[in-house]
Write a protein that binds this ligand. Structure first.
Ligand SMILES: *Cc1c(COP(=O)(O)O)cnc(C)c1O
Length: 217
C-alpha cells in the first residue's frame, strides 16, 4: 500500500475519533526493507522512520540522510546498554526504555551530552515472558524512577501479543499513561493502527503496510 493511502487512512481515523488533524505521527518502520523502497518513501517527503536494531540503522541511515536530508529516527526495538551511546547519537527517540540499568545509562549519557532523545517506556501489556517491557504492575514506579533521573519520558509504547484482540492492550496502555500524566502513546502497527488511533495513539508504527513484506533476516 503506498504511503499516501496510509496517511489518508490515518486522517480518516483521526476524524472519526474526533481528534485533531495531524495529532498522530506516522513512524514508517523501515527495518529489513530493501533500500530502494526506503528511498522511494523518502522521495515522497516522509521524514519519520522506525528501526528496531541499532546496528542495522547505523549501517544505512547516515548515508541515506546524507542524500535525503535529516530524518527523525525512532528506535523501536530492544536496546542493550553497550549500544546506548551509539543509539543516543543516531535516534531522536528511544521507545524501548524498559529497565533501571538502561535508564541509568541514558541518564549518564544525557548529563554528558547535554541532550537526550525523547523516551517512551515500553510496557509488556500481555505480560509475555519472552517479550521486553515493564510489567503493567511495575509501570508507575518505573515512570517515577525515570523522572527522578530527569529523563525526558514522553510516553509509553506497547506491542500487543500476536493473535489477541489489541484493543484491550491499547486501553491498558492509555490508562497507565493517563494516570501518570504522560501524553505520548506509541501503539498500532500495520494491522491495527486505525484501532489504536481510535483509542488515543499519538504515534503509530507502520512497516509492511507501507513498504511491503520484509526481507527475512
Ligand atoms: C516491525 C515492527 C513494527 C511494524 O510492524 P508491521 O506489522 O510491519 O507494521 C512496529 N513496531 C515494532 C516494535 C516492530 O518491531
Amino acid at each position: 500500500m503506498p504511503l499516501q493511502e496510509i496517511t489518508s487512512a490515518i486522517a480518516r481515523a483521526e476524524a472519526s475519533a474526533g481528534r485533531a488533524p495531524g495529532s498522530v505521527r506516522l513512524i514508517a518502520v523501515s527495518k529489513m526493507q530493501p533500500l530502494d523502497r526506503v528511498r522511494a518513501v523518502l522521495d515522497q517527503g516522509h521524514r519519520v522512520f522506525g528501526e528496531n536494531r541499532v546496528q542495522e540503522a547505523a549501517g544505512k541511515w547516515p548515508d541515506l540522510m546524507a542524500h535525503h536530508g535529516a530524518v527523525e529516527l525512532h528506535l523501536i526495538g530492544p536496546l542493550q546498554t553497550n549500544k546506548a551511546r551509539q543509539a543516543v547519537e543516531l535516534f531522536a527517540a528511544v521507545q524501548s526504555l524498559d529497565r533501571p540499568k538502561l535508564a541509568r545509562t541514558l541518564a549518564r549519557l544525557a548529563q554528558e551530552r547535554g541532550q537526550c532523545p525523547d523516551l517512551f517506556i515500553q510496557i509488556n501489556t500481555g505480560e509475555e515472558p519472552q517479550k521486553a517491557g515493564v510489567a503493567p504492575a511495575g509501570a508507575d514506579a518505573f515512570v517515577a524512577e525515570c523522572r527522578a533521573m530527569d529523563l525526558p519520558v514522553r510516553g509509553l509504547m506497547c506491542i500487543p501479543p500476536a493473535g489477541e484482540e489489541p484493543s484491550l492492550h491499547f486501553a491498558l496502555l492509555a490508562k497507565i499513561a493517563a494516570r501518570n500524566g504522560l501524553a505520548g502513546l506509541s501503539m498500532g502497527m500495520s494491522d491495527d493502527f486505525e484501532t489504536a488511533i481510535a483509542q488515543g495513539a499519538t504515534h503509530v508504527r507502520v512497516g509492511s503496510a507501507i513498504f511491503g513484506a520484509r526481507e527475512s533476516g
